[in-house]
Design a binder for this molecule. Sequence first.
Ligand SMILES: Cc1cc2nc3c(=O)[nH]c(=O)nc-3n(C[C@H](O)[C@H](O)[C@H](O)COP(=O)(O)OP(=O)(O)OC[C@H]3O[C@@H](n4cnc5c(N)ncnc54)[C@H](O)[C@@H]3O)c2cc1C
Length: 248
Amino acid sequence: MEFPVIETPSGIRVAVVAATPDPERLVWLAQHQDVTDHMTIEDRVPSDPGAAIVKTLLQRGHYGPFEHPTITFNIGGVSRSLMAQLTRHRIGISFDVQSLRYTRLDEIGDSDEDLEAAFAFPPYLAQDEPVRVVERRRSPWKIENPQAVRAQLTDAYRQVLKLYRQLLEAGLPAEDARLILPLGTRINLVMSVNARSLMHILDMRLPPNAQWEIRELCGALLDLAEMWMPATFRWYRENRAGKHLLAP
Ligand SMILES: Cc1cc2nc3c(=O)[nH]c(=O)nc-3n(C[C@H](O)[C@H](O)[C@H](O)COP(=O)(O)OP(=O)(O)OC[C@H]3O[C@@H](n4cnc5c(N)ncnc54)[C@H](O)[C@@H]3O)c2cc1C
């Protein structure tokens, strides 16, 4: 199956590297073994296994068989801040993350475009009008002049990059010069996750109390997951997405 590369408003890119083929058939076969006294593979799979597993598993809260299919995403242009949140998830999930020890940022240019490609900017700072930002701890925040704040943030990133280059030129190894890089530094990563754990991450990271960047990423992950397992993630979108239900 061919998956599109999804690009979000803040410039995150998400591609599918690999995905278990026929995932809903696999889930059906796995759950069918629970109630079968011979090898499940010997039985005929229903013509619409997706509809069957929605009825027999999702509607009854039985999520174990969704641990069998796995999807691998290549996620580009997320901040180190998002990476810290995402990699807190430990179960049914694996990561490889771009190292700022082995990759250096000293070739990034100084233009606004270069800085926007290398560092994260909240999308609401692109607006011309005052904005109200709903955030968990103190809500809402009011920003009278988003463009001016964006310019301040751009300049801060520019200054840090200048210092980073100076430290490298002074002989500091990249593994130590990276200590001054901001949490907004964009990196790339590969994430493999099974369908059950993906639902759990979406449960925690899609609702409005999660941070905007990881919510944006999770919207793209859900879109791709629905292409991969249409019945499962359509049911998920209609019944659980954004509702902050606890782990399945
Ligand atoms: C809005 C929001 C704000 C957050 N703020 C903070 C913060 O300020 N500081 C901070 O440190 N973290 C914060 N977190 C991270 C959060 O506390 C979790 O560490 C993270 O989301 C991973 O969730 P998880 O443990 O459910 O996921 P996973 O690691 O994928 O675990 C999945 C499930 O497995 C079970 N499980 C896993 N490990 C264990 C275990 N050792 N013992 C028992 N059961 C286990 C649990 O049921 C768990 O839900 C925040 C998360 C959200 C969504």
